[in-house]
Design a protein around this ligand. Structure first.
Ligand SMILES: Nc1ncnc2c1ncn2[C@@H]1O[C@H](COP(=O)(O)OP(=O)(O)OP(=O)(O)O)[C@@H](O)[C@H]1O
Ligand SMILES: [Mg+2]
Length: 416
């Protein structure tokens, strides 16, 4: 049972938000909404609650305040910055002028950002931005991994950098390091994680791709296989690079920011935030990714943004947070209680994602005409409408089948 996760976020006069309150569930959270409504800003807002080192990524006002309510091993805490603590100096110059704690809340320990890396050591969210391509980098050998405290600080201090693609990816070094250490006696947890990852890749890859890790050769270049072809890390296509980056990044983070004894990915808890999870993926992979991630990391909380109706249709109950642009910039958001697995893509696009243009599609107009002709009892009108519809619709469209049946019974009645 997940006992450590982000319960909610409060932002006041941060970025474009006058006020924003979001509650999250402890499993998957898919934030969906139009371009520019503030999805990435929610992730950035969360990153500010844990470190002031990323403040230049947001504009603040003098009266900005923000905090995240979190649960760590079932203890409730609130972390962030209270009133009058920010010096809004100007573009990319936002600063903390004092460590003001956020307001009290019953049953919660209240912490200022300053205390993030000390008092909530075992809770250190991972941010993964939308830039996930893997650039070539020569690895010359195993690199000593930093001590735990340094990795936690590094992770907290660079969270917005990660979100906005300004942090160099380390995953190739991680692969090479694992190649050197997994057979050592002292690397039991790393070994378990490694084999868990290797065994999971074929399941997470798209149908028939047989995505797998092959080897790391003497030249320290990890080799993978997709569709039966061997492929170096940087040769993987954009979709594979994107998903592999996410997975390797999470393994690296689980191992780097937890005490020994708590580094097994299958048991790991905490929060991973990913911007544009569906980026580069074919619809089929968008459908299956949620399942793949929760199979590898069953106890993590995921807060992700997306523009994909396919990803949304894979969401379980209370996993979709729908965001619509509000003119007054005040938002109260929570996961919708519905699940959308029985909805078709058009229904998700128009009713959840607010895609207006669908209503004007030729198909919708022609169906409306056909229904009108049916109501008027005009067999010829309906026949014409059906033949127009057949030109634009799917060969096995169910509405056309029903309309054809209506036409047949209309004609039969008129013949009688
Ligand atoms: N540093 C900033 N300071 C103040 N306002 C900002 C800042 N960055 C972004 N904004 C505002 O936030 C708005 C929403 O941006 P955001 O990146 O959160 O949108 P989004 O929902 O992630 O959109 P997309 O789907 O295109 O990624 C921007 O239009 C801008 O007005
Ligand atoms: Mg965005």
């Amino acid at each position: 049972m997940t006992a450590s996760y982000i319960e909610s976020l409060h932002l006041e006069n941060v970025r474009q938000f006058k006020e924003l309150n979001v509650t999250f569930n402890k499993g998957f959270n898919f934030i969906a909404g139009p371009n520019g409504c503030g999805k990435t800003s929610i992730l950035a807002g969360i990153s500010h609650c844990f470190s002031q080192h990323s403040f230049q990524f947001s504009r603040f006002k003098d009266d900005s305040q923000f905090w995240a309510d979190i649960k760590i091993n079932n203890n409730r805490k609130r972390i962030g910055s209270g009133p009058n603590a920010i010096d809004s100096a100007g573009y990319r110059k936002g600063n903390l002028k004092s460590w003001v704690k956020p307001p009290a809340a019953e049953g919660r320990e209240i912490l200022s950002i300053y205390e993030a890396n000390k008092k909530i050591k075992d809770f250190c969210p991972l941010f993964i931005g939308a830039h996930r391509n893997i650039k070539y980098k020569q690895i010359s050998g195993m690199q000593r991994e930093q001590p735990l405290e340094q990795q936690i600080n590094n992770n907290l201090f660079t969270s917005s950098q990660s979100l906005y693609g300004e942090k160099e990816s380390n995953i190739k070094q991680w692969f090479v390091n694992r190649y050197f250490v997994i057979d050592k006696d002292w690397a039991q947890e790393e070994r378990l994680n490694w084999f868990h990852m290797i065994e999971s890749l074929p399941f997470i890859g798209p149908f028939n791709s047989n995505f797998s890790y092959v080897t790391t050769g003497q030249e320290l270049e990890p080799v993978f296989s997709i569709y039966g072809e061997e492929c170096y890390l940087e040769e993987l296509s954009a979709g594979f690079q994107s998903v592999l980056s996410i997975i390797a990044n999470i393994f690296e983070w689980v191992e780097g920011t937890n005490e020994p004894g708590e580094r097994i990915a299958l048991n790991a808890e905490g929060t991973v935030l990913i911007d544009e999870l569906d980026l580069h993926l074919h619809p089929e992979w968008q459908f299956s990714l949620r399942e793949g991630l929760s199979r590898i990391f069953p106890n993590l909380q995921f807060i992700v943004t997306t523009h994909s109706p396919h990803l949304l249709s894979s969401a379980g109950e209370s996993e979709v947070i729908i965001m619509q642009k509000q003119d007054d910039n005040r938002y109260t958001l929570q996961p919708s209680e519905m699940r959308f697995s029985g909805w078709n893509t058009d229904q998700i696009l128009s009713e959840i994602m607010g895609v207006k243009s669908l209503e004007n599609k030729d198909y919708e107009k022609l169906v409306a005409i056909a229904l009108l002709k049916t109501e008027e009892g005009s067999a010829q009108g309906l026949r014409d409408a059906i033949s127009n519809l057949v030109e634009v619709c799917h060969p096995s469209d169910s509405i056309v089948t029903v309309l054809k049946a209506r036409l047949a019974s209309m004609v039969a009645l008129q013949d009688d």
